[in-house]
Design a protein around this ligand. Structure first.
Ligand code: MG
Ligand code: ZN
Length: 383
């Protein structure tokens, strides 16, 4: 190739690039979801770092589904430089690989975080031989602690399901719902009503829950009024709507659960999930991600409020995996604008952050396997 033809090729190539950019602009309607601009900021409080006890009596585990470091920093930027997460002084990383895949799904990721064992993608509370493994929630229940699950997805979806159900396939929603009845869980709030009420086997699990003493409620305002007793809050047929459209309020649901569970003198274990950070990642929608991230962080704020007052509560915040391969291609700390770029529509393999606050928090620093997190919690609770 001589110089002339190289120049010609370069010229054609640049023209093609220009043309594709024009094409790119014509699809800018779809692309607008990649830029978050409307920043309604909230104030972040600072909480004390001294605690009554050396070991926790209560553990609040919080999982931001699909929440990698970029998702956290998108939240920091959108809220003008600060999140409630700033209060967590012990920070580490979690390696998320599953037994079957370099890139985990939420079932294997949830099971790793609930049982301390790596399993195959799709597994709910079972090992690689599909044998049921005891979860940290079940162990806590066995020791007389109160237990809870709160999620903005269906409560039967992979992440919460991994803490209470034992099924070979994550899609077995009705079997997962039936597994709730095999436990003595005190409080669960999320979506998934139809998996309890409109079933192939014709069982009405809402009636069965009531017979077991649960207050089965669908209206979020009724759910927040519950002060004591067993509570099954099923605020949506399947997943709750994305924030801010959903009626179920995650911070209020978490507070409701803390109030009920903390009446148990022996302590409690609860897992709270910000489920839809992941949904925003799959959709490559930065607005969705930031909205969900800020809702989750404000829920973390409620957990901090409880833990700081109580002095015997450990909070561990982490993720099951990152979603979307989100990178921040631009932003503005003053306005809260965040510009997201993505590598794809699925999960990625990168390490995810681990944040800990309260007695025992110092154990969660450094690089660890996702399976180490529940093992540390079990050991701290003496399970
Ligand atoms: Mg999830
Ligand atoms: Zn996902």
């Amino acid at each position: 190739m001589n110089l002339k033809s190289i120049l010609l090729v370069t010229l054609i190539f640049s023209a093609h690039q220009l043309f594709s950019q024009e094409n790119y602009k014509t699809v800018s309607k779809v692309d607008s979801t990649k830029i978050y601009t409307c920043g309604k900021k909230y104030e972040v409080k600072t909480f004390p770092q001294t605690f009554k006890a050396k070991k926790p009596k209560n553990v609040i585990m919080m999982i931001g589904d699909g929440m990698g470091v970029s998702q956290v920093f998108a939240g920091i930027t959108a809220n003008g430089g600060h999140l409630f997460l700033d209060n967590f002084k012990h920070v580490g990383f979690s390696r998320t690989q599953s037994a079957s895949h370099y890139i985990t799904d939420s079932a294997a990721g949830g099971t790793a975080l609930s049982t301390g064992q790596k399993t195959y993608n799709g597994a709910i509370g079972v090992n690689t031989d599909t044998v049921a493994i005891k979860t940290v929630l079940e162990m806590a229940e066995g020791k007389g602690l109160a237990t809870g699950l709160v999620s903005t997805s269906a409560i039967t979806h992979a992440t919460p399901a991994s803490f209470i159900a034992h099924q070979g396939a994550r899609g077995s929603y009705e079997d997962i719902a039936a597994d709730f009845l095999k436990t003595d869980i005190d409080v669960f709030i999320g979506g998934g009503y139809k998996h309890f009420s409109q079933r192939k086997d014709k069982r009405d699990l809402t009636k069965e829950l009531q017979a077991k003493g649960y207050q089965v409620l669908r209206n979020p305002e009724d759910i927040y009024k519950v002060k004591t007793g067993k509570l099954a809050g099923l605020a949506a047929d399947e997943h709750n709507d994305p924030f801010p459209k959903r009626t179920m309020n995650l911070p209020k649901s978490a507070e409701t659960a803390f109030n009920i569970l903390s009446q148990n003198k022996k302590g409690f274990f609860i897992m709270i999930e910000g489920s839809q950070i992941d949904f925003g990642g799959h959709a490559n929608n930065t607005i969705y991600i930031v909205n969900e991230m800020l809702d989750f962080d404000q829920t973390i704020g409620k957990a901090l409020e409880f833990a700081a007052k109580d002095g015997e509560t450990l909070i561990v915040v982490t993720a099951d995996h990152e979603t979307g391969g989100l990178a921040l291609a631009g932003g503005d700390m003053k306005t809260g604008m965040v510009k997201g770029a993505y590598t794809g529509g699925d999960h990625t393999a990168v390490m995810v952050p681990v944040f800990a606050y309260g007695p025992g928090a110092e154990l969660f620093g450094g690089i660890q396997e996702n399976t180490d997190i529940p093992k540390k919690i079990m050991s701290l609770l003496g399970l």
